[in-house]
Design a protein around this ligand. Sequence first.
Ligand code: NAD
Length: 354
Amino acid sequence: MDRKLRVGIIGAGNISHSHLGGYKALPDKVELVAVCDIDEQKAQNYAKVNGFPRAYKDYNEMLAKEELDAVSVCTWNAAHAEAAIAALNAGCNVLCEKPMAMNASQALAMKEAAERNGKLLMIGFVRRFGNDADILRNFIQAGTMGDIYFAKATYLRRSGCPGGWFGDRRYSGGGPLIDLGVHVIDLCRYLAGCPQPVSVYGVTYDNLGDNRADNQKGWVSQNSLGIDFKYTVEDFATALIRFDNGMTLNVEASFNLNIKQDTGNIELFGTKAGARVDPQIEFFSDMNKMFVDIKPVGNTALDFNGLFNREIKHFVDCVRDGIPCISPAEDGVVLMRILDAIYQSAAEGREVRL
Ligand SMILES: NC(=O)c1ccc[n+]([C@@H]2O[C@H](COP(=O)([O-])OP(=O)(O)OC[C@H]3O[C@@H](n4cnc5c(N)ncnc54)[C@H](O)[C@@H]3O)[C@@H](O)[C@H]2O)c1
């Protein structure tokens, strides 16, 4: 494509600013055309401050009028599917924030809409674009770790529901599992070469609720449109996921947990070496009859600087130059199938086969 990509944003909230920054970093490739939010005032202010020529309240109107090439879907989770499908049907390529949707059937409908329209649907699994993911994937692909047969992913907050719709199942589809767990489950699966899930055993708890010592710092129960949000999601989720390559993944995610401090880590265990990601990448193995801990030289901690810019650049390059997408809709569907199965397993108290 030798002209600039005409880009729109649907959902002018917090994360849209990270998408905006990514698009603004590509002034020769991208033209920011329009923004849309159901909060019309918010959309108008956003357009004014960030240099969009036009703002809309209704994405159907925006899609009908603007002949966009691409949109970012940055709404709350409940609106991802409808917005993405409308954009794909209008001939746009779509970058949709994680989680892909509220559930796997919505996700599948989105993927089918992309295929039907011959457009790209990329999912914003931003951790795939991290410097740490790049480094670890290179080591894994070079065979340093052997076969990875177990992974452990934690994303635990002592008191950390982001507030508002994030705590209301009707808008989010779930709590820390769908919001935080999705990042680390996807990253482990990506690093391990995207094996397919075969079964899950999951448990969720809602013992603590939102009324804790700090009354959920930042929690808002009503948004600017007067929508009342109710805290109806799990506090904590844990699951064991089995994949078709024999790997199991143990995941833990919380918004509320009686833990000393927030913690997050990914650990992978292979036949030749194990690795942990946090605070720096480190490998564990044995060599010449001695156990060795090996730390790559330099900073290998996840660097948020430029993280979203790399994701957005990849999306733009995929659309403009047709390069293969490293975060495609099919992986979003797999993640939603895993999350659905964990919630089902938790509700039914048994293993769920996929
Ligand atoms: N990749 C990441 O690390 C990351 C981080 C934060 C949030 N997210 C994801 O980004 C999405 C948005 O999160 P946020 O923190 O920006 O939320 P937010 O509440 O700040 O923004 C969401 C916006 O979407 C708007 N909206 C809702 N329905 C709409 C519709 N039908 N049409 C147009 N606008 C609509 C809301 O009015 C709101 O302004 C969520 O899916 C979330 O999971 C991803």
